[in-house]
Design a protein around this ligand. Sequence first.
Ligand SMILES: [Zn+2]
Length: 183
Amino acid sequence: MIEHPISLFLDEILEHMKEYQDEIENAQTLFENVFKYSQAKSSKSRSRQALILKQYGGEKELRKVCLNCCNKLNRIKKSISESNQKLEELLTHKTLKCYTCRGQGSFTKPLYVRERGSLRQSTIQVVDCPECDGRGKVSFNINLESEVIIKQFFEFVKYFDSIFDCTITCMRNLIKALGGDNA
Ligand SMILES: [Zn+2]
């Protein structure tokens, strides 16, 4: 059975969400460590500062790890919203780029003629794609129940997006707190 195109896009979004979950765990650890580090700094405890920095290599490195995390979150957020946009477009137009002709609508094939017993390529022939009748896209059906579920999914992604913004802002503030303003 061929998988419904919509489910492929849903899978894509779910995959990005999983990536996000992994990265958010990383961010939580960073939040915790930066907080502990700033406390150790204000109480002037060199040993506690060193203990936290040990796993990163130094303050500069810790800041770099935070910056990387922030960039990664931004990247995942972008991927999710791009997949979401594609999905929304699919739902609106209920068409999909034809996989057979990759959206071109036609194929070119060499045309041969027989000349003195041997075949010679004479020209290139353009033929319409049989899958999409030359349209370059195919229509698909989606039942009402699935449509309702997918619309709920959009709502979920929107909610997810706001958590993203919040986490990225927190991360940027952390980086600033670590001494630097180009976050
Ligand atoms: Zn086609």
